[in-house]
Design a protein around this ligand. Structure first.
Ligand SMILES: Cc1ncc(COP(=O)(O)O)c(C=O)c1O
Length: 407
């Protein structure tokens, strides 16, 4: 008899985006003549940058010839990619990160989920609210959260992100071991200043806590005072891991390439208090359970750092930021309180109503625009909706025209 992992039964009814997809499908079945515009899920719509496409083609040609064919690559990623990442994303910003501290993978979603394998079962985990649901659900699956009572898991320590704190969480009132931070933030679009990140790094160092810093949206930062990496903060090399992705930076959501930085100086501890580098554990995990990202995909990711690649990815992120500005202007013009959408591709809107799903349904049924109800990201998201800037300009303009008409 196969016993199942009963922690799965503690998960909330369904994954947020499946819920949205179900409602949208039901609406479309009833109203096949009314085309919907999707500004809900954060998936890119524009094609890959030409520099990446050229690199991909060339790498495929290499795979077609016996002289240049490659089989299994290094599980941690090819040196050519790890080196450009360390140089451009870190050393160029004064962050002391070496190529062999970069682990290339097929997604920040998997990495933020899989990293927990390195940790003990009984951790005090701090989770911002609202939050990218993957951090919570994967901890539920791993059995670290306890039961969910009225939308909150018993053993998680929630860090409210509200208008009052500018959607950047305050330090926890009780001691914690593991802290999830994501900036620029999904879903609120908030960014954290150098001073705010410094407070978190100091807290982590003083409390021997670990920060898991998700920087999947760093390419959208335009304000030069905002750090792109946690490692721009002195001391972070000792207390933080960082997750990045080419998904939103370069349109790789369907191409799949990301990376996790594990500095050799970040320690975990045995029960006896013996320090163990997390780098060695993650290296072991990666080599045992992962066989690397496809060679052509890594060449395409490398091209992001070429002269052309930089210009093209900048233009791509500028394009989505242009959409975000249009969304911001329209919703602000309608009198809504709006955050995000400046150094981030998400706009976070205070609906003025108690129930996010009601507002979601209203926009779907009256304007045929799909958004994401804030309550799906946590209790503090109730009353908000998230509008994603990932779509064509024509669709964003049309969605805003429809929203202006009904609100
Ligand atoms: C905060 C955050 N982290 C990670 C991811 C997933 O990135 P990837 O496509 O690399 O798995 C997303 C995707 O929406 C995200 O919003």
């Amino acid at each position: 008899m196969i016993l199942i992992n009963e922690n799965y039964s503690k998960l909330q009814a369904s994954y947020l985006f499946s819920d949205i997809a179900r409602r949208v499908k039901a609406y479309q079945t009833e109203h096949p003549d009314k085309p919907v515009i999707r500004l809900g899920i954060g998936d890119v719509t524009e094609p890959l940058p030409p520099a990446c496409v050229a690199a991909l083609h060339q790498a495929v040609d290499e795979m077609a010839s016996a002289a240049t064919f490659r089989g299994y690559g290094p599980e941690q990623g090819y040196d050519f990619l790890r080196e450009v990442i360390a140089r451009n994303d870190y050393q160029a910003r004064g962050a002391d990160i070496a190529a062999d501290e970069v682990f290339v993978s097929d997604g920040a979603k998997c990495d933020t989920a899989n990293i927990q394998e390195l940790f003990g079962a009984k951790l005090r985990i701090a989770i911002p609210d609202p939050v990218y649901p993957v951090y919570v659900d994967t901890n539920v699956m791993a059995g670290r959260t306890g039961k969910c009572v009225k939308g909150r898991y018993k053993n998680l320590i929630y860090l409210p992100c509200t208008e009052a704190n500018g959607f950047v969480p305050d330090l926890p009132a009780e001691p914690v071991d593991l802290i999830y931070l994501c900036f620029p933030n999904n879903p609120t679009g908030a960014t954290a200043s150098r001073e705010q990140l410094t407070r978190w790094v100091e807290y982590a160092r003083e409390n021997r806590a670990l920060i898991l810093f998700d920087a999947a949206y760093e390419a959208f930062i335009r304000d030069p005072s905002i750090p792109h990496s946690i490692y721009e903060i002195p001391g972070a090399r000792d207390c933080a891991l960082e997750f990045r992705s080419f998904s939103k930076t370069a349109g790789f959501t369907g191409t799949r390439c990301a990376f996790t930085v594990v500095p050799k100086t970040v320690m975990g501890y045995t029960k006896a208090g013996e320090a163990t580098p997390l780098h060695a554990l993650w290296n072991r995990r990666h080599t045992t359970k992962f066989n690397g990202v496809a060679y052509p995909i890594q060449r395409a990711a490398e091209a992001v750092y070429s002269e052309d690649g930089r210009q093209q990815t900048r233009a791509l992120t500028d394009f989505y930021l242009g959409n975000a500005a249009i969304i911001r202007e329209n919703l602000t013009g309608l009198g809504y309180s709006v955050t995000g959408g400046v150094n981030a591709p998400y706009v976070w809107i205070q609906t003025g109503q108690k129930d996010s799903w009601k507002f979601f349904d209203r926009l779907l049924s009256l304007a045929q625009v799909v958004t994401t109800p804030g309550s799906g990201f946590g209790r503090c998201g109730e009353g908000y909706i998230r509008i994603s800037a990932f779509n064509s300009r024509a669709r964003v303009d049309e969605a805003m025209r429809r929203i202006r008409n009904i609100l």
